[in-house]
Design a protein around this ligand. Structure first.
Ligand SMILES: [Zn+2]
Length: 386
């Protein structure tokens, strides 16, 4: 019985499971299926077997890279843009610097916050210096370089002010006989390679009288000339040194002094290119049943699940993991208690607290991160975060 396909009859001998393949012109030698399999296909390994070592096969076949690339494509095509705020811990990575003044490390030092009380050892959740994380500056926005100066930063040059250590966190206020005073920071190094990305800043202080004020100035020439902080995005300093001066003033010595606490400024370190920029992309894991079934419109949902890639996909400053033996960059992992802020869509501007972070790293190769988030409550302390 010969195979007949489109009217053509081939001359090869018939093949059945009870026969082996013969070479053309020669009849097939009868054999058993078991013998055939034993000769040509091992029966005790999985499909795609490539060698004796499964790990070797996965590594050589770059399976993990392929999976990661597929997921990255999916994320680039359909992912939502969200800003990511990562908590600052005691040991920030030096190559991902937050440039504060002093601290344990000169360029990336974070400080134990002055709001942490001797008795309870707990941070004040409404604290503008650490936002309840115990460490100044509390959070860093992913994709940005943050400069910060707190009331407790070392190396400050002060004039006519005293540090109020009765209230926590500590703040600088005018001396009893002064109506104006200042706090000046050392020079902080900057390297703003993205010319278009705008400077952003926030000054936190406590007002106790509407006629008094706290104003910030900056200098890019070691204090020879000063500019109002409002002109920082316009002047747009790129490379070199920048220092800040905080001026406290009040109309008379009878007026309660304003109290200055902390100043922050930042600029983006990731350029905008297509869907990528100083943010991350993420996708929903699943849509909840009540959202599918509700016919009246959008259901305000209290919790969401998302996934994203290793952060090295979004930030070239982080080393990408390229083989299963490569340790990659530990900073590629999202860390709690981080939170996200929606950039697009009807949730734009909403902040969601991440309540759980997990990830998949088969054979140690970081592929994907999953996180659960809940919508932040009104007056929640993370709503303060710059
Ligand atoms: Zn604090």
């Amino acid at each position: 019985m010969s195979a007949n396909f489109l009217g053509l009859t081939n001359n090869f001998p018939p093949f059945t499971v009870s026969q082996g393949l013969g070479s053309p012109g020669q009849p097939a030698q009868p054999t058993t299926l078991a013998k055939l399999k034993a000769n040509r296909f091992p029966t005790n390994v999985c499909a795609g077997y490539w060698g004796r070592d499964l790990r070797c096969r996965i590594g050589q076949d770059a399976t993990q890279l392929k999976i990661r690339d597929l997921l990255a494509t999916e994320l680039l095509g359909t992912g939502l843009r969200v800003g990511l705020y990562l908590p600052v811990h005691e040991y920030s990575k030096a190559t991902y610097p937050i440039t504060g003044v002093g601290g344990d490390r000169a360029t990336s030092g974070t400080l134990k916050c002055s709001c942490v009380k001797e008795s309870g050892q707990n941070a004040d959740r409404r604290c503008n210096s650490c936002y309840g994380t115990d460490f100044v500056p509390g959070y860093r926005k992913f994709g940005y370089q943050t400069l910060w100066i707190a009331s407790i930063s070392p190396g400050l040059v002060v004039n006519n002010v005293a540090l109020n250590t009765v209230l926590k966190p500590y703040r600088w206020e005018l001396l009893p006989n002064a109506t104006t005073g200042s706090i000046e920071t050392p020079d902080l190094p900057i390297a703003k390679t993205i010319v278009d990305g705008a400077w952003d800043f926030k000054n936190d202080w406590v007002s106790r009288d509407p006629n008094s004020s706290v104003t910030v100035y900056f200098s890019t020439n070691q204090g020879s000339s000063w500019y109002s902080i409002d002109s920082l995005p316009v002047i747009n300093p790129l490379v070199g040194l920048v220092r800040f001066r905080i001026v406290i003033s009040r109309p008379s010595t009878q007026t309660p002094s304003p109290m200055w606490e902390v100043f922050r400024a930042r600029y983006p370190t990731i350029p905008v290119a297509g869907r990528l920029g100083p943010w991350i992309l993420m996708l929903r894991n699943q849509v909840k049943r009540n959202e599918i079934e509700d016919m009246r419109g959008i259901v305000e949902d209290g919790s969401l699940n998302f996934w994203t890639m290793p952060l090295s996909m979004f930030d070239c400053n982080l080393a990408q993991q390229n083989t299963i033996d490569d340790p990659g960059d530990p900073e590629s992992l999202m860390k709690e208690p981080c939170f996200i802020e929606f950039i697009d869509g009807f949730k734009q501007g909403e902040r969601w607290s991440v309540t759980r972070v997990t990830y998949t790293d088969p054979l140690g190769f970081l592929i994907r991160q999953f996180f659960d988030a809940r919508k932040q409550q009104q007056r929640e302390f993370t709503s303060l975060v710059f």
